[in-house]
Design a protein around this ligand. Structure first.
Ligand code: C5P
Length: 234
């Protein structure tokens, strides 16, 4: 799996995406989320692929196994590189997602990697206990869902940097820990509660980092990307 920092393309229109990507002449690893995909559909994926970039399609699917399987079968045909589901959909749903990806991957192509969201980083301890009615510590739920994802055959999870070590202990080094909430030292944290620098992410065992606004809203995005890459790779 590509280990370049994954740039979150949280833009509303294809024009914004093209304007942003035109600043770069190298091949990137980018994340397309709900905002961009649900307004523009598969054509945005084809356009970004045509520019030579790898894509993490962050749609966090969560439905009955058969529906998720069919959806994944279709997404695999788009030649994406990484996609995700909610682990809360269950073991069978995650297995079905994987089956769909395998069936949909064109001959001679590599299956997109599949990772699971455990507990959203926006979910608080109280919310998990009171609203989801899951007792205990949020870290235990995160580890439980990571193990379940591994049991289903998934390649890893999306998690906070602060959960990466714990997941490495439970699921191993090779299990992907894709971590958002990355900021440069002294940078604006925006709405993220718990942030980490690229160096800390590496030390804690992140296998990929997702970086949005620290790059996309920088005065010089290319320079910010290079700084993040250096700190991540050093
Ligand atoms: O701008 P920023 O670096 O905070 O963007 C982080 C990206 O990662 C956003 O696209 C956000 O939706 C996504 N994300 C996250 N936390 C998660 C899962 C995804 O911030 N737990």
């Amino acid at each position: 799996m590509n280990t370049k920092p994954i740039i979150a393309l949280d833009f509303p229109t294809p024009e914004d995406v093209t304007a942003f990507l035109s600043q770069f002449d190298e091949s990137l690893f980018v994340k397309v989320g709900m905002e961009l995909y649900l307004q523009n559909g598969p054509s945005i994926i084809r356009d970004i692929k045509a520019m030579g970039h790898d894509i993490f399609l962050d749609l966090k699917l969560h439905d009955i196994p058969n529906t998720v399987k069919s959806a994944m079968k279709g997404l695999a045909k788009l030649d994406i590189d990484l996609v995700n589901v909610h682990a809360a959909g269950g073991l069978r749903m995650m297995e079905a997602a994987l089956e769909g990806l395998k069936e949909g991957t064109p001959a001679g192509k590599e299956r997109p990697a599949l990772i699971a969201v455990t507990q959203l980083t926006s979910t608080s301890q109280a919310q998990m206990n009171d609203e989801q009615q899951i007792p205990g510590a949020i870290q235990d739920s995160v580890t439980h869902f990571a193990r379940l994802a591994k049991q289903a055959g998934l390649d890893g999870v999306v998690c906070s940097v602060h959960e990466a070590k714990m997941i490495e202990e439970a699921c191993g080094k090779a299990f992907l820990k894709v971590t958002p909430g990355i900021r440069l030292a002294g940078g604006e944290t925006h709405d993220q509660k718990r942030v980490a620098t690229p160096q800390v992410a590496r030390q804690e065992g992140s296998t990929q980092i997702v970086v949005g606004r620290a790059i996309t809203q920088a005065d010089d995005a290319r320079n910010a990307y290079q700084t993040v890459t250096q700190l991540w790779e050093d």
